[in-house]
Write a protein that binds this ligand. Structure first.
Ligand SMILES: C[S@@+](CC[C@H](N)C(=O)[O-])C[C@H]1O[C@@H](n2cnc3c(N)ncnc32)[C@H](O)[C@@H]1O
Length: 208
């Protein structure tokens, strides 16, 4: 997975353009309501979404590919980025909020669980998470080679897990689930090409 992403960022630069996901704007409103001061973005890429938060919150990104972080340092200098894996890397700060965009579905089950556990450990008691993932309502669900239940190699060398609402909630059992829902997402490349899909999101709060 590392080679795939590093090569894409090195060759294509800002793969999904400069506009943030509408889910980041939604998360920003929620984090404001919860009086968050610090926000972590695991799988931050080149900072497309961190930039939504960094003007207002102390914002940290963890990203595994150096090629993405080179762009992020220029695109969003207000955020603090760390090179590392969100599966096991932790910062010294307890975060008030975590926004994790389309990272969870990139792993097989064991690592999906690891990601959630690691993120929850990074959150202060009473902190808020906003996670997005591919939805089982997306037309790509069920296409390609079955790797694990709900997980398909839908393009050569690239697999993803497609979450139902129930399964997404199960990953955050033990937290207070505040909201779930779906978004039609359209990604636009810097060359003007666009790609649409359906994602799910979940908002939850850890017990204080
Ligand atoms: C689908 S992209 C989303 C990027 C970013 N959130 C955005 O929308 O601009 C997933 C990102 O997660 C990164 N990634 C993959 N595995 C990771 C890991 N174990 N730890 C941290 N980042 C990872 C990839 O390099 C890529 O930047």
């Amino acid at each position: 997975m590392f080679d795939y992403w590093n090569q894409r960022f090195a060759q294509e630069g800002m793969i999904w353009g400069s506009d943030p996901s509408p889910t980041a704007l939604h998360a920003k409103d929620l984090f404001r309501q919860h009086q968050s001061k610090t926000v972590l973005v695991p799988g931050a890429g080149y900072g497309r979404n961190t930039k939504v938060f960094s003007r207002e919150f102390e914002t940290y990104g963890i990203e595994v590919t150096p090629a993405a972080l080179e762009i992020a340092a220029e695109w969003d200098p207000l955020s603090t980025f760390t090179l590392g894996s969100a599966l096991d890397h932790r910062l010294d700060i307890q975060m008030d909020a975590i926004y994790c965009y389309d990272l969870l579905h990139l792993f097989l089950k064991e690592d999906r669980r690891r990601l959630v556990v690691n993120c929850l450990k990074q959150l202060r008691p009473g902190g808020v998470i906003f996670f997005t993932s591919f939805s089982d309502e997306d037309p790509n669900n069920g296409s390609g080679k079955l790797m694990e239940p709900g997980t398909y190699e839908y393009k050569e060398g690239k697999f993803a897990h497609f979450f139902s609402d129930r399964e997404l909630r199960e990953y955050f059992a033990g937290t207070e689930i505040l909201e779930t829902g779906s978004y039609p997402e359209t990604l636009k490349s810097s060359e003007g090409k666009s790609h649409s899909y359906i994602l799910r999101y979940i908002v939850a709060r850890t017990m204080s």
